[in-house]
Design a protein around this ligand. Structure first.
Ligand code: NAD
Length: 491
């Protein structure tokens, strides 16, 4: 399958053959022909044609289709998990325990949400009129997704959009398009009408920009890096599309002096290494009270050294490769440059040799001795790398946590309830965990502050963003000559 348009697979129009590669060993997973502007046009046309029918389906009908989809995804869980691990290199334990069940749960959640679309109560805000609010779908949505969680990102974009009655064209990252294509096929199999869900696989500048510029696309939802997010917003502004952006992150991980250190150490390892660190909410900057700094660094270093790198399909593997050799080299570049400006690499800082040398692997890497304004602390590394800096006061810790253009997620570690509440209030991020880092849940919103974007995924907050509000006002008097006309004319 190369593209999925109008309820069925198609080849791409560009004629350019693209190889989807397994980063664990460099083998080819699939060859597909990329789509271009012609495929974007076909997909938008299909979505446009499907809109009148799907937007008028009753909430119960849309909900029933999504419930069928949830069941189908669950039945096909193994195929989804294996395909996801093959195209990304993520350990099968993660795809079977997180990506796929999370997606099934999201689908079930939006099946429920589809039946809870409400406006405010109708009322007489003017004595002579009844006003009411309608929440309506927006039309054709174009969504552009990143490569780190291809299945979950497809689901986070498609589900709220179609639950609310929109139709959608999704452009997944071209290096990991396969589970989005399987998801679109499953939508058809679940009875969702042709054209409601379309997938165009192509590059960002070609297929992505064609979708962003298309006059019939009414909303753009994008998850990816902040620089591309700015470009998305710029192109979308030309045709005044609604824009929803989920961008980069650089989550702080603040450990106060009264923290349960064993919990913080385990939380830092899991929070920084999830998905090989290619997670926009991953713990990347640990700030640890000076009195606990050495103990924390030693604890994380010990666990990092014991994490097992290996074949993603071996259930004993903790950490897979990065998504690509390019990404591995990018991560290694950050660490090598940090060495150059005086960082201490406590553990890691290299690609493993031996049997793993053929894959895009990189060892978990703990970095100390770097300044707050150094590149490795400021920029998104998007790999298994954690920096640790000390602090002396609560005010200093929170200032360091907020000293970033990003604001997606953060965590604080303390046993003091008041300290936790103050930190939650002070940190400028879309999610703040207390004594944990990473868990997400379908009912709660995911999205950023500041340069991490705006707009929420998951939850009813995201559902509402895929609707527009219409005020409808009905005259109650039935009189031809209404009193307010006298403000305009006296006849
Ligand atoms: P990216 O910005 O390079 O690409 C994201 C998507 O945009 C891809 O599909 C790509 O093909 C497309 N794209 C690239 N250039 C484009 C253009 N000019 N026009 C239209 N589309 C274009 O990001 P990535 O490297 O795939 O993913 C990693 C980034 O995603 C990180 O910055 C990470 O923080 C972010 N991310 C954020 C969230 C979140 O919820 N906030 C979730 C996952 C990933």
């Amino acid at each position: 399958m190369h593209q999925y348009i109008g309820g069925g697979p198609r080849t791409g129009s560009s004629g350019v053959v693209h190889q989807v590669t397994n980063p664990a060993d460099g083998s080819t997973v699939a060859d597909l022909v990329l789509g271009d502007g012609r495929d974007a046009d076909l997909a938008v046309d299909a979505a446009n044609r499907a809109f009148p029918v799907w937007s008028r389906a009753t909430p119960a009908e849309r909900s029933a289709a999504l419930h069928r989809l949830a069941r189908l995804l669950d039945e096909r869980a193994r195929e989804f998990a294996e395909t996801e691990s093959r195209q990304t290199g993520k350990p099968i334990r993660l795809s079977t325990g997180f990506d796929v069940p999370g997606t099934v749960d999201n689908t079930a959640f939006f099946a429920g949400a589809a039946r809870h679309l409400e406006g405010k109560a109708a009322a007489e805000y003017s004595a002579d009129h009844t006003s009411a609010i309608r929440r309506e779908p927006i039309g054709v949505v174009a969504s552009i997704a990143p490569w780190n969680y291809p299945l979950q990102m497809a689901a986070w974009k498609i589900l709220p959009a179609i639950a609310a009655g929109n139709t959608i064209v999704l452009k997944p990252a071209e290096i990991t398009p396969l589970t989005a294509l399987l998801f679109a096929q499953a939508c058809t199999d679940a009875g969702i009408p042709d054209g409601v869900v379309n997938v165009v696989v192509g590059t960002g500048p070609v297929a992505g920009e064609a979708l962003l510029a298309h006059p019939d696309v009414r909303m753009v939802s994008f998850t990816g890096s902040t620089p591309v997010g700015k470009r998305v917003m710029e192109i979308a502004s030309r045709t005044v599309k609604r824009v929803h952006l989920e961008l980069g992150g650089k989550a702080p991980f603040v450990v106060f002096d009264d923290a349960d250190l064993e919990a913080a150490i385990h939380g830092a390892v899991a929070g920084s290494l999830i998905n090989t660190g290619q997670d926009c909410t991953a713990a990347t900057r640990a700030y640890v009270h000076r009195s606990r700094f050495d103990e924390f660094v030693a604890g994380v270093a010990d666990l990092y050294a014991r994490v097992s790198l290996g074949d993603p399909f071996d259930p004993a593997t903790d950490l897979g490769p990065l998504v690509s050799y390019t990404q591995r080299d990018r991560v290694a570049g950050f660490v090598d440059r940090a060495r150059g400006y005086g960082a201490e690499i406590v553990v890691g800082g290299e690609a493993p040799g031996g049997a793993l040398a053929a894959g895009a692997y990189y060892r978990p890497t703990l970095v100390t001795g770097v300044a707050q304004d150094s590149e490795i602390v400021r920029d998104e590394v998007f790999g298994p790398v954690l920096t640790v800096l000390p602090f002396d006061t609560d005010e200093q810790a929170l200032a360091l946590a907020n000293d970033t253009p990003f604001g997606l997620a953060a965590s604080v570690w303390t046993r003091d309830h008041y300290r936790a509440l103050r930190a939650v209030r002070e940190i400028a991020a879309g999610c703040v965990w207390v004594n944990d880092h990473i868990p997400i849940i379908s009912e709660m919103p995911h999205g950023g502050y500041k340069a991490s974007g705006f707009g929420k995924d998951m939850s009813t907050y995201s559902f509402e963003e895929y609707t527009q509000v219409k005020h409808t006002m009905h005259d109650l008097t039935g009189v031809a000559r209404k009193p307010w006309h006298r403000t305009i004319f006296e006849l």
